[in-house]
Design a binder for this molecule. Structure first.
Ligand code: NAP
Length: 240
């Protein structure tokens, strides 16, 4: 492992993921720009490189075992991996009321937002274990907080049996990883970027993707001995 840190950000061809890649690149890190669409990935890499970032493309569909395996091989060939940001995510569209939602929608959202994270994390773990300060960041959402969902008066967006529940599931998975990895130097945390204007929400968000990237960059750069198994946004810890 060289002195320069290497990160992989899934879903980095646009939105918050792109800004996470830009932010980590600005620290002088080498950044793998995960993208399931090779062309969009190459465009993002070109833009990042033009801005001075040591970026390289990593074709990866988080729902596809073979694609994830090839991505892990590519990261290995690039010298390893210090930080994994599991950012790729989908909402599943509408309707999401539990009485109306198509179970296939729930399955597709969980496949990407939860199983995709497990698939990518496990494929990258052998590389991360070789890093002196490995970090894993799971991009979650405060809509996944059951405490917030059940606290009267707290804004949690529309009723959502696929997207919000997938983030609750992701939070639970994050805790289980932290427990299993407690005796290692791997820190794994969930972060919420806030409501950012991206494709995900038809650009209705009130924050910029760059602002949304800040929590991921914070969790990606935690010092050794820092927190693990936590859920944070820019304001601090978010209740589960
Ligand atoms: P976005 O602009 O829609 O970007 C999502 C990214 O994920 C895209 O690069 C997309 O790739 C990628 N992706 C989707 N499915 C994938 C798959 N199967 N394999 C690989 N990549 C895949 O959304 P965003 O707002 O930046 O969201 C980023 C993360 O932040 C998500 O996890 C989201 O849930 C979370 N988040 C966002 C907000 C918000 O307000 N925006 C709030 C809370 C949490 P394609 O271009 O190929 O579709």
């Amino acid at each position: 492992m060289s002195e320069t840190k290497t990160a992989l950000v899934t879903g980095a061809n646009k939105g918050i993921g792109y800004e996470i890649a830009a932010g980590l690149g600005a620290l002088g890190w080498s950044v793998g720009v995960g993208s399931r669409d090779v062309e969009r990935g190459e465009a993002a890499v070109a833009k990042l490189r033009a801005a001075g970032v040591d970026a390289f493309g990593v074709p990866i569909d988080v729902t596809d075992d073979a694609s994830v395996t090839v991505a892990a091989e590519l990261m290995g060939e690039r010298g390893g991996l210090d930080v994994l940001v599991n950012n790729a995510g989908i909402t599943g569209g509408t309707p999401q009321e539990p009485t109306l939602v198509d179970p296939a929608t729930v399955r597709a959202v969980v496949e990407t937002n939860v199983l995709g994270v497990i698939r990518v994390t496990n494929a990258m773990l052998p590389l991360l274990r070789r890093s002196p300060s490995p970090r894993i960041v799971n991009m979650s959402s405060t809509v996944g907080s059951l405490t917030r969902q059940t606290t009267p008066g707290v804004q949690t967006g529309p009723i959502s049996a696929a997207y919000a529940t997938s983030k609750t599931f992701l939070n639970a998975v994050t805790v289980q990883y932290a427990k299993e990895l407690a005796d290692t130097n791997i820190l794994i945390n969930a972060g919420c970027p806030g409501f950012c204007a991206t494709d995900l929400n038809g650009f209705r968000g009130v924050r910029t993707p760059e602002q949304g990237a800040a929590i991921a960059i914070h969790l990606a750069t935690l010092p050794d001995g820092g927190p693990t198994g936590t859920f944070h946004d820019d304001d601090g810890p978010v209740p589960w």
